[in-house]
Design a protein around this ligand. Structure first.
Ligand code: SF4
Length: 362
């Protein structure tokens, strides 16, 4: 719920703005001008929208505001340049957004909720309660914020993108929150990313802990967004230990929904497997995982658990992860070892927001 007394104008699509304006006697093309101000010129307020007539600006000012997230904390990894932001929302709550550079572009990892209700044990956000859903404008403005940071070279001081070039190649909804638990706002945010920010749908990925009914619904949306599913165990009982809420769903139901998504979209699926020592890193897990994924067009990412304060889990030794990977590959399942980026700055999901208050990371 938006606690701000005025509505965010950037929660609305161009069509919604046009409909609002025409009902009040303004020409619909003003909606295009407003979107130009929000997304291209990055206006911070309605008053900034200089080519709108003053009476329209006065009216909009009365009922709307432009939501812009502000930096509360910034941490830059010395090892890989990953930069993590804690961003302040208008109601003073905070969310995390992460810039992940890599040689051929960069990924923006953004949040969809403040906190999360899913309580996954492998994720620091899971230790926080759900505070609230982000609005579409709040989701999308994380991209504007990160892009501005990079274009102004605040992030790493490295070479900036050429003027006018995109500062990122991919956007993943993999930060705080379960995107499908905030379904309608996430869908609207994706439309805004595609229609107003010009981000190709194939450059967007939604990462979910796996809610089959929502995956099925998502397959009917009119865009081809990538889907990443946190699997973390091929066994119901272990998955439930690691993911007490999402793990209640039978794995078969989840796999059926994943297949349906592939069948409708033709996009390779991604499965994420966070490896925890003694929990899901046994060789029998690898055999069962290979069996589970057999015949499914899917990438599998193995990620060593990234410890966070308060967690009793530890990652397996690298040699154990390699053996696990070798078993998968011997069974025909390709698996990529993904490095935990920015581990020196608590860059795992929710680790900044959930950090103990007195640690003083800045
Ligand atoms: S992994 Fe995702 S769904 Fe699970 S607690 Fe963390 S943010 Fe929530």
């Amino acid at each position: 719920m938006n606690e701000h007394p005025k509505k965010y104008i950037n929660d609305m699509t161009r069509r919604e703005i046009a409909s609002y304006l025409t009902k009040r006697g303004h020409p619909p093309y003003r909606a295009g001008q407003i979107c130009e101000w929000i997304y291209r010129k990055r206006a911070k307020s309605i008053e900034d929208m200089a080519n709108l007539p003053q009476d329209l600006r006065d009216h909009l000012e009365k009922y709307f505001t432009v939501v812009r997230l502000r930096e509360k904390l910034r941490l830059i990894s010395r090892t890989d340049g990953t930069t993590k932001y804690l961003l302040r929302l208008p109601d003073r709550r905070t969310v995390e957004s992460v810039y992940l550079p890599h040689p051929r572009g960069a990924t923006f990892c953004i949040s969809s909720q403040v906190g999360c209700a899913f309580e996954c044990r492998i994720c620091a956000t899971g230790t926080m309660r759900l505070k609230r859903d982000l609005t579409p404008g709040e989701i999308v403005d994380q991209i504007r914020f990160l892009e501005e940071q990079i274009q102004s070279s605040v992030v790493t001081g490295k070479r900036n993108p050429a003027p006018g070039a995109r500062a990122f190649s991919n956007v993943v909804l993999m930060g705080m929150g379960e995107p499908f638990a905030n379904y309608d706002n996430v869908i609207k945010a994706i439309h805004l990313m595609i229609d107003e920010m010009g981000i190709g749908s194939r450059r967007i990925t939604v990462s979910t802990c796996g809610i089959p009914k929502k995956i099925v619904k998502f397959a009917d949306e009119p865009f081809e967004v990538g889907l990443a599913i946190s699997l973390n165990s091929p066994f119901e009982s272990r998955r439930k230990k690691l993911m007490p809420v999402a793990g209640k769903t039978p794995i078969k139901e989840l796999m059926d929904a994943a297949r349906l998504y592939f069948d409708k979209k033709g996009r390779m699926l991604t499965f994420e497997y966070v490896m925890v020592d003694g929990m899901n890193d046994r060789l029998r897990d690898a055999f069962a995982l290979a069996d589970l994924l057999r015949g499914l067009p899917a990438k599998l990412n193995l990620i060593a658990f990234n410890p966070f304060p308060g967690s009793r889990y530890v990652p397996p030794e690298e040699s154990k992860i390699r053996k696990f990977q070798a078993v998968l590959e011997s069974r025909g399942q390709k698996a990529t070892l993904r490095k935990s980026k920015g581990s020196d700055i608590l860059a795992g999901c929710g680790q900044l927001g959930a950090r103990p208050r007195k640690r003083g990371h800045k």
